[in-house]
Design a protein around this ligand. Structure first.
Ligand SMILES: [Zn+2]
Ligand SMILES: [Zn+2]
Length: 352
């Protein structure tokens, strides 16, 4: 093993800075991973890449970027209880204190400890490097049937969607509307399909993304974003609207469409982060008995469940990766993701 490694940082001016840093040593309860795949998230672009806008849990503290890594354990520190060198793993993207109520539910995303809650790639070194340190409690075993690129997307992307879909419940009974067909929306299409949905309607502003969703079979109908979207969705559902809607856009108009195009007694979930929405509670939700859920990321146990399902369903999250880069090209990778003219973008330091 070399004593130094290459690592990518995000200085905040729409650029990526590559540095040589020392390969870290795993401490108690930690492992050293050789990073094999590290995908880029919309939140990296929204809060860090252009400008360091995030605060609190979204505050970037100048660490090695990347919160969606999967890799191979090459060394374990003292006190590890389950994983060992040679294990393939996914890293849950936030390390929590482990003992608060949220951590005990597996939702380290909402760990209440101001001292110990640190997200990989935000407040502690992440996966845009040849190696990284992760805490053993943050690891999910990656089955042999799944690639590292599959695994990299389970924590933040597919896991976040799976959690949201479990909340609203999606089955073969449902027509589903997905607003926003970025990587999270595409993941929603893929999972809704496996859950049995036969009519999946997607809306996006980007022609590339609408085409990609259709080409991958993740939507049955792809609608360009516009004023008449609600009417179009109703027309596609015998005038009723969809049983289930998932907002992955964070766009105010798209969110309002998702709420209004949900039928009486239907459910919708908001997953896309940031932004706002305006709707009229009485006609838009109260009189039609609708339920709106919010869903933030997922839990470690639900990730384990999802990984098992992915194998059973023969669903490979890497299918929505449209571009792969080596670590030295991380700058190009982030620039492409920021352009939106792509599906998921992956950096593969270990050369999967
Ligand atoms: Zn993410
Ligand atoms: Zn905690």
């Amino acid at each position: 093993m070399c004593a130094t490694m290459r690592a990518a940082y995000l200085p905040g001016n729409s650029a990526v800075e590559m540095r040589d840093v020392t390969v870290p040593l795993p401490g108690h309860g930690e492992v050293l991973l050789q990073v094999k795949a590290s995908t880029i998230c919309g939140s990296d672009i929204r809060c860090i890449y252009h400008q360091h806008l995030g605060k609190g849990p979204e505050g970037y503290q100048g660490v090695i970027a990347g919160h969606e890594p999967a890799g191979l354990i090459v060394e374990t520190g003292p006190g590890c209880r389950r994983f060992q060198a040679g294990d393939r793993v996914i890293v849950y993207h936030i390390s929590g204190c482990g003992v608060c109520n949220d951590c005990r539910r597996g939702f380290m995303i909402s760990c209440t400890s101001a001292v110990y809650r640190r997200a990989y790639g935000w407040q502690r070194d992440g996966g845009m490097a040849e190696f990284m340190i992760a805490e053993e409690k943050d690891l999910i075993a990656l089955p042999d049937e799944l690639s590292y690129a599959d695994g990299a997307q389970v924590a933040c992307g597919f896991g976040t969607v799976y959690e949201g879909l479990e909340k609203i419940g999606v089955s073969g009974d449902d027509a589903v509307l997905i607003t926003g067909l970025g990587p999270v929306g595409l993941a929603a299409g893929a999972l809704c399909r496996k859950l049995g949905a036969q009519k999946i309607i997607g809306i996006d502003i980007s022609k590339e993304r609408l085409d990609l969703a259709l080409r991958l079979g993740l939507c049955d109908v792809a609608l360009a974003s516009g004023q008449d979207n609600e009417a179009q969705v109703r027309e596609l559902t015998a005038g009723h609207g969809v049983e289930r809607a998932i907002d992955c856009s964070a766009n105010a108009d798209a969110r309002a469409t998702a709420i209004r195009a949900t039928r009486k007694w239907g459910r919708m979930v908001m997953i896309g982060e940031g932004g706002t929405v305006t709707f009229n509670p009485s006609p838009d939700i109260i009189h039609d008995q609708k339920t709106i859920y919010g869903s933030w990321v997922t839990s470690t146990w639900k990730m384990e469940e999802l990984v098992e399902r992915l194998v059973r369903w023969k669903l490979h999250p890497e299918e929505i990766i449209t571009h792969r880069f080596v670590l030295e090209q991380a700058g190009e990778a982030y620039a492409l993701m920021a352009s939106g003219r792509c599906g998921k973008v992956a950096v593969c330091p270990g050369g999967e």
